[in-house]
Structures are given as C-alpha cells and as structure tokens.
Design a protein around this ligand. Structure first.
Ligand code: GLV
Ligand code: GLV
Length: 322
C-alpha cells in the first residue's frame, strides 16, 4: 500500500503527478491557506505532511499524529515550522534549498530596477492616459550603474545577487557574521553600520531567526542615505515595518522594494499609499521552472523519508546521528 501524504496546497502539475506515483495523496483542493484545524485533521491521518511557508506548523500539529514520519516544507525558509519540537519527536523536517537561489536573485534585481526607475508608477501613469509626451523631468529615478550595493547576508542568494553586478560596475559591500565571499567575488566585508551608511542599494538575504528579527529598525533606517533603496526578498520581519513606513513617508530613504511583509498577507496601514515602494506578493521563487524544481526536491525528500533514509535536504539532520 502506498504511504499517505497530506499536501496543504496544490503544487505544479508535474509535482502532483510525481507525488501520485509514490503516494496516496490527500491535497487541499482549494487555492487558499488552510486553518490550523484543517491542517491538524489532514496531519492526523497521514504519514507525511507536505506544507508550504504560509502554513504555521506548531507543536500541536506536529504532535497530533504519533505516527507522523516527516514534515516536508515547500520552501527554503522553514521559520514556519517548530523544528525544535519536530527534532524532539525525531521527526525529519526538510526544505528546498539551492534551486531557488538564482530565481530569487532575479527578483531582488527586478525590484531594484522597478524602484530605481519608477516602473510601477510610470506604468500607472501611462494606463491612466496621463502621458502627454516626453518631458525633461518626467519620472526621474536613480542610476544603478556605478553605485554601491550592500548585501546583508552573503549566503547562496546574497552571492547570486552580488554576482549579477558584473556589467554594472558596482562596488559591493557585504555584512555577514558567518561567511567570507572575497574568494568568490570582488566584495568588501564591512560591519552593518558601514554598509548602511555607504550603500545606494541595500538588499536583505538573511534567514528569519530570533537575531535577525527587526535587524533593520529605526536606527538602521536613519543610518541609510536618503537616496538609498532598500530591497527585501527574505522575510518580512527582518525589517521593522512600522519604522520602514515612517522612513518612506519622511524620506529617510528614497524607496523600497518588498516581496515579503511582517504580517503576511497583511500590510501595515499606509504602505499602499506610498509611491516610493514597489510591492510584490511573495513571488521571489515564482518562476515555472523553480516552483517545479522545488516540488521535485520536496518529493525526493518525501520518498527518502518513506524509505526510512536520510532525506537529501534535511533541516534537522541531528536526528539521524552523525
Ligand atoms: C520562499 O520564501 C522560500 O523560503 O522558499
Ligand atoms: C536558496 O535557494 C538557498 O538555498 O539559500
């Protein structure tokens, strides 16, 4: 008999097909986030839970099924899961690193371009029939070429963002307590304060951890140049959104490009009134190729769990011993 997998969201077709080859699939048929009760019901009656980053998988859910064999997250970030609890119960938790690195880096750049060159405002202007001809001061933005890019968090995605500067003659600063990338790319490691004070573009690529919560708050926003643009494709709570709103309203910084929010999918009141911010609905990994590849990794993880093997992308590898 095929093992049972509970899938909280419908995934791309190829992924669902592959899941069906290996599992008896119980999938949420509706394109919406399930309630805690619904996730609990599904989890209590499956071998493996396949969840996404908008599902909060807390200890109640993890412990509701003593036979749960694994939690497979359809995301690289896994701050939505109580990994500590899963580890205590010896339940493997997996993620999908690697495949979304380049796609997420593309998105960070898309936001940089959009904010710097005011693409969204311009589009709206044209659609509203306001374009009456070329004008010397119409939608003046900022150059990217020759500027300084500050990368906060120089992991896979941060490095991929930095690498895309070749051709833009940019200076790269980065801050990261754990990594040195000088051998990979021409970049200068500096402390956060130096980075914030000297960068024209600041892009966030840290994971969501207690120590990265509100990494960018009032003090940091005030350190930034008033011409600087802040880009966030990591997790919303890395920025203190309340202070960011004030920074945008009072022009402490020139603009921001956001793909993630502190209380997703809710936005802080006032943000949508700001013209100097470009807002995307958490789509950094949303290319057809990458969302399929993420699914394939998730399926490989699930298959390994089912076979009692250590999954290829394990978050809490310690449960398998050394
Ligand atoms: C996306 O935000 C992810 O963590 O995969
Ligand atoms: C992104 O894909 C990462 O692995 O950090």
């Amino acid at each position: 008999m095929k093992p049972k997998i509970f899938v909280t969201r419908m995934l791309p077709d190829h992924v669902m097909e592959k899941l069906n080859d290996h599992f008896k699939v119980n999938v949420n048929p509706n394109d919406r986030v399930l309630s805690k009760e619904e996730i609990m019901r599904g989890t209590s009656n499956c071998d493996i839970l396949l969840c996404s980053l908008s599902d909060t998988i807390d200890s109640d859910i993890i412990s509701c099924n003593p036979n749960l064999k694994g939690i497979v997250n359809y995301a690289v970030g896994y701050n939505n899961i109580d990994v500590k609890c899963a580890t205590k119960l010896k339940i493997p938790v997996t993620n999908t690193p690697g495949v979304l690195t380049e796609t997420t880096a593309d998105m960070a750049w898309s936001l940089m371009f959009s904010v710097a060159r005011r693409i969204v405002e311009s589009d709206k202007f044209v659609r509203e029939g306001k374009f009456k001809g070329w004008a010397p001061k119409l939608f003046l933005g900022a150059d990217i070429y020759g500027k300084t890019l500050g990368i906060i968090g120089a992991g896979r995605i941060g490095i991929a963002v930095a690498k895309r500067t070749s051709g833009f003659n940019m200076k790269i600063l980065y801050s990261d307590d754990n990594s040195n990338i000088e051998n990979t790319i021409k970049a200068e490691k500096v402390d956060l304060e130096t980075l914030l004070k000297n960068s024209d573009f600041v892009s966030l690529h840290v994971p969501m951890l207690p120590e990265t919560k509100h990494l960018i708050g009032e003090k940091e926003l005030r350190m930034m140049k008033n011409t600087a643009i802040l880009i966030n494709t990591s997790r919303g709570a890395v920025i203190d959104e309340k202070m960011l709103l004030i920074a945008l309203q009072k022009n402490w910084i020139a603009g921001a490009g956001l793909d993630v929010y502190e209380n997703e999918p809710k936005l802080i009141e006032g943000l949508i009134e700001c013209d100097n911010v470009v807002l995307a609905p958490h789509i950094a990994s949303a290319s057809v190729e990458t969302r399929t590849n993420m699914g394939m990794i998730a399926v490989e993880n699930a298959i390994a769990i089912r076979q009692g093997k250590k999954p290829p992308q394990i978050v809490n590898g310690e449960i398998y011993g050394k």
